[in-house]
Design a binder for this molecule. Structure first.
Ligand code: IMP
Length: 435
């Protein structure tokens, strides 16, 4: 799928959990590098390979392919304890790690996790329903210039200097603002982080230098996005977003590659819609059909296990995602889940009072009050795994006509071609759409 492209990127075009992991896994054989550039262990991919389920939070899924170099970019926030347990898990399965971690990536510390929960709870209706992994507070420290980077962690003297200041600052902040006495053992944390540093040191280096050199030497790079467009801190449903930029442009700052190096950008779209966390989601189906999608699609968070809010594809949101990411194609996932539905609603615009809205509003009030206007497309019969196997061999044209009409409608409405269709969790349940 790379063709002549040097780099390809996979981005969530909706609210995260679109099935990016599966698409990345499908594209990985053609890549030499798989590179993450934002987020942390708020992300989660579930991959099924030869019937074995793998859950990943930090390490790019390319790790499951022998010889691929997996990279954690500087735009990430990394909880070293979680990373090490993922490393241990892979190594115990005999999987060799060929990994590079950016020296400039920021480190999550235990007080970030405490603050994450406290702040989100304090915000109530204005919160995001975070994953409580410390993501927001770690990015806040980065922006405030008091964060600790991987390279700082590697140098015990520098780490001591920065840690002492940061710990004391957090202690005071928690006491003054939240009337909480921090119940963390400062020295114990320090010692455990020094030990984490020893384990991680062989993997820490200059990501921008290595990735750019690899591109110049003709290697193929796959950039792995996490979360989704609507969770982008600038372009998403702020304040119900994550704390990083999740859109395609973030790869430039999150790895240190120039925009001229980005060739193709695949937006992953679930054939319906799901979202974890709080805030308005115009096309959420709070009814029996929403429950059906959740159960049939097994829509429970990989990271937190929370039930996902389910609903229908929102073309206002999707056209916006195509625009802000500059998507070159779409990968539509979980199309099999829609099998057996008589009609499939798809939102083409919103209605607010007596007017119609076709562009995604930034206004929170509008987001809360607009109502989706649906077009109903015909559904298709449920298709068994066996039938799908035959269809996959025959390619896209073998898909039921009504399914192709549904997919074509998305394509036409977004003015973006579909390059992949996924009809099951396994690597093999994927159809490439050739022009
Ligand atoms: P945070 O990233 O933990 O701060 O959470 C902020 C918002 O993003 C919450 O609504 C989360 O549910 C959501 N979120 C974060 N990571 C993911 C993800 O990987 N998939 C889906 N939603 C996510």
């Amino acid at each position: 799928m790379f063709g002549k492209n040097r780099t390809a990127m996979v981005i969530g075009a909706q609210w995260g959990d679109e099935g990016k992991g599966k698409v990345i896994d499908y594209l990985t054989p053609d890549a030499d590098y798989v590179v993450r550039f934002q987020g942390g262990n708020n992300a989660g991919h579930t991959l099924v390979v030869d019937g074995v389920v793998h859950k990943l939070h930090l390490i790019p899924s390319g790790v499951l392919y022998k010889g691929k170099r997996v990279v954690l970019g500087n735009g990430m926030v990394i909880d070293p304890e979680v990373l090490i347990s993922e490393m241990d898990n892979f190594e115990s399965k005999g999987i060799k790690l060929n990994m590079l971690i950016s020296e400039r990536a920021h480190v999550i510390l235990p007080f970030h996790i405490i603050m994450d929960g406290m702040i989100d709870e304090y915000k109530g209706k204005l919160g995001a329903g975070t994953t409580r992994r410390g993501i927001g507070p770690a990015y806040a420290d980065k922006a405030e210039r008091s964060g600790i980077r991987m390279i700082d962690l590697m140098d015990t003297k520098i780490f001591r200097e920065k840690y002492d200041q940061l710990f004391d600052l957090k202690k005071k902040t928690l006491k003054c603002l939240y009337k909480e006495n921090i119940k963390l053992n400062k020295e114990e944390i320090f010692r455990s982080y020094v030990n984490f540093a020893k384990r991680l040191k062989p993997y820490v280096g200059d990501v921008s230098l290595e990735v750019n050199t690899a591109i110049d030497n003709g290697k193929k790079i796959l950039f792995e996005g996490a979360q989704g467009t609507m969770l982008d801190n600038d372009h998403g449903a702020y304040p119900h977003t994550t704390s990083s930029n999740t859109i395609a442009g973030a790869v430039c700052t999150g790895v240190g590659v120039g925009p001229t190096k980005i060739d193709s950008i695949v937006g992953v779209v679930k054939a319906y819609l799901s979202r974890v966390g709080t805030g308005p989601v115009p096309t959420e189906a709070k009814n029996r059909l929403g429950d059906h999608l959740r159960e049939r699609g097994q829509e429970y968070g990989t990271t937190t296990g929370r039930p996902r809010r389910c609903g229908w594809v929102d073309l206002v949101q999707l056209r916006y995602a195509c625009r802000v990411n500059g998507l070159t194609s779409l990968a539509i996932t979980k199309v099999d889940v829609l099998g057996g539905l008589k009609k499939i609603p798809i939102a083409t615009k919103y209605k607010y009072k007596s007017s119609y809205i076709t562009e995604l509003p930034a206004d929170l009030n509008l987001q809360r009050q607009c109502k989706p206007v649906y077009k109903e497309l015909d559904g298709w019969k449920d298709i068994s795994d066996e039938e799908f196997k035959k269809i996959i061999t025959g390619g896209y044209k073998e898909l039921p006509k009504k399914m192709r009409t549904y997919l074509k409608f998305i394509e036409d409405q977004t003015n973006t071609p579909i390059s992949l269709v996924s009809v099951g969790a396994e690597r093999t349940s994927t159809i490439e759409v050739k022009e």
